[in-house]
Design a binder for this molecule. Structure first.
Ligand code: SF4
Length: 174
């Protein structure tokens, strides 16, 4: 039997109600375009770490080299819990032989680039990387990753799929 192409995905993009506001971010364009080629492996770091839905939204603050994941209104710091969870989750994901991951853009947990970040003076930049995404990319440095917003471009989608297939061939030597 053919080995499926397994792609991890930020779970809200599949239409599951896991966002802080109790909603989702179903990306039907992406799911339609990629879904027939791959088997999805959903991950919602914020729900899986135990924060529940709905929950208070969070943002990245502090030192860009060691950002903190903190709730916006009450200032609860979830950094250590998220980093601990992420280290454990990426080890679990090893067993599933993922060939890529599609992350939700701009999320303080899932974004892979240009995530809003607030420095110690409270100034906002777009230099952040989501905490779970950072641990994932450090653990799987060669795995193709992309954000859903980029994959609406047909050429970017084609390139991503090609990278995923090449990575999978290396994984399985096929
Ligand atoms: S962006 Fe990530 S943490 Fe936020 S709801 Fe989606 S999957 Fe969960």
């Amino acid at each position: 039997m053919a080995i499926p192409i397994r792609i991890g995905i930020s779970q809200c993009l599949l239409g599951d109600n896991v966002r802080y506001d109790g909603g989702h971010k179903l990306d039907s364009v992406l799911i339609e375009a990629l879904g027939r080629h791959v088997e999805w492996v959903p991950v919602c770091p914020e729900v899986e770490v135990g924060l529940g839905t709905p929950r208070e939204p969070m943002r990245l603050v502090g030192d860009l080299n060691a950002p903190r994941l903190v709730t916006i209104n009450s200032g609860v710091d979830h950094t250590d819990a998220m980093n601990c969870f992420a280290q454990q989750r990426v080890r679990e994901l090893e067993a599933l032989n993922l060939s890529g991951f599609v992350f939700k853009s701009a999320s303080p947990s899932c974004g892979i680039r240009r995530v809003p970040f607030f420095n110690t003076q409270g100034m906002e930049t777009q230099d952040g990387v989501g905490l779970f995404a950072r641990v994932f990319m450090e653990h799987f440095p060669d795995m193709p990753v992309e954000e859903e917003s980029r994959l609406h471009d047909p050429q970017a989608l084609k390139n991503f799929l090609e990278r995923v297939r090449a990575y999978r061939r290396l994984q399985h030597q096929v």
